[in-house]
Ligand binder design. Structure first.
Ligand SMILES: NC(=O)c1ccc[n+]([C@@H]2O[C@H](COP(=O)([O-])OP(=O)(O)OC[C@H]3O[C@@H](n4cnc5c(N)ncnc54)[C@H](O)[C@@H]3O)[C@@H](O)[C@H]2O)c1
Ligand SMILES: NC(=O)c1ccc[n+]([C@@H]2O[C@H](COP(=O)([O-])OP(=O)(O)OC[C@H]3O[C@@H](n4cnc5c(N)ncnc54)[C@H](O)[C@@H]3O)[C@@H](O)[C@H]2O)c1
Lengths: 209, 209
């Protein structure tokens, strides 16, 4: 069983490798990859060792090749369909985010309960009535659902979420979901306040040096 | 030197402990804390061991006490002032997010270059002309800046960001910042596409079982 922390770090290595590719850098050492992702060279080698041998070039890795291999480990398929429930500020910022499409995550639908929003579009994706969630998830073969509704709306949505049969949920609502489905969806909670705490620590650390 | 990965996990433990507190749970074992945060009981004990002894109760920790101690480690001060540059969809969703205020991160100002937005408010925070960034950061003692402008706007903002003397930057723009300041700000890049990759892995893993 591969530790979850390793999977999280692989996603960070991949982001770093994509940036290096944009800056036309061809080879990177495990030490530089470690510095860019705030980990250690030993940790980089240990994380990669779970997945077999990586073409090492002298002391480094080919950026393009390593990025492809890590992408294959994390994403078995190239294209994933995503929907967003709650077409408000956060939901529409996610729907428009170019970083999703670049990584193969296509936002194909949004859902809302506000009649003024239903029937309008954000980019190519239409905003549907949230009551149609199970049908549209099935019709458009949606794998992942990002949840960006207000806290008070969550209890009323539980049954719809459970019957939608979506495979994964990215939960931005600051409440635990506790969904009761036989074929449980993978749920990942996102709380950007955590990033603030990490930044506070980094700031205090710099001040002490 | 404490590994960055430990700091990231502390922020995850804290989020979990806050949820447990909301659900009125008083004591938690390292095994349960590990399951809730997708890590191992050994990892929990190892992470906490960097910071001295934690009042263990039999096989567990007091939720309230542990949360307070971790909060003190991450955040030397209780209250931090935050500003947001780019008062668009993402910027306004962050400005309104209750999770920041609950954790002691107060959004005290937003900045934009759109004349129709300058002078309006989101909650209690006013939207200022981005040209006034250095003055307002100084006047309102702003520590952290969240960057939510479009990609093309970044080059034109570099000098303003460098002269603003802010201590930390939460960067949502999918580009590396490379700021040239003597007293370098701590920069943390956020890319929600990484969360999608992690979710893909969790989904494929469930399918294989
Ligand atoms: N986790 C984080 O880091 C983070 C950061 C920012 C915001 N948030 C959270 O994201 C959520 C959205 O924030 P926002 O600023 O975009 O809010 P918003 O009010 O702009 O958007 C909410 C949208 O949900 C829709 N909605 C309400 N009830 C609904 C229902 N039952 N079914 C479908 N749609 C419904 C509304 O019509 C609106 O379009 C909030 O819960 C907020 O706390 C989380
Ligand atoms: N990292 C992530 O996971 C993630 C997710 C979503 C969006 N984003 C990024 O966040 C950014 C904002 O996205 P959005 O959907 O809120 O866009 P948006 O267009 O709704 O908002 C952008 C705001 O920036 C303002 N602006 C433009 N140029 C400016 C300048 N020079 N100075 C100050 N303000 C300026 C605009 O007036 C607008 O209010 C984009 O770069 C997007 O790629 C990142």
């Amino acid at each position: 069983e591969i530790p979850f922390a390793t999977i999280e770090r692989l996603a960070t290595y991949l982001r770093c490798l994509r940036h290096l590719k944009d800056e036309k850098i061809k080879i990177i050492s495990s030490a530089d990859l470690a510095t860019n992702t705030k980990t250690s060279p030993e940790q980089v080698r240990k994380d990669l060792s779970y997945f077999g041998r990586f073409g090492k070039v002298g002391t480094g890795y080919y950026v393009g090749k390593l990025a492809k291999k890590i992408e294959k480990i994390l994403k078995k398929r190239k294209k994933w369909n995503v929907c967003i429930v709650g077409a408000g500020s956060l939901g529409s910022a996610l729907a428009r985010y170019g970083g999703f499409k670049d990584s193969g995550y296509n936002v194909v639908a949004l859902f809302d309960n506000n009649p003024e929003k239903i029937g309008t579009k954000i980019g190519d994706a239409e905003i549907y009535d949230v009551k149609l969630l199970p049908e549209i998830v099935h019709e458009k073969k949606i794998d992942i659902l990002a949840l960006t509704v207000p806290k008070h709306a969550l209890p009323g949505l539980k049954e719809l979420l459970e019957s939608s049969k979506v495979k994964g949920i990215l939960n931005f609502v600051p409440l635990s979901l506790h969904l009761k489905t036989r074929r449980k969806a993978a749920v990942l909670d996102v709380d950007l306040a955590q990033k603030m705490y990490i930044l506070s620590y980094l700031i205090s650390n710099k001040e002490e040096q």
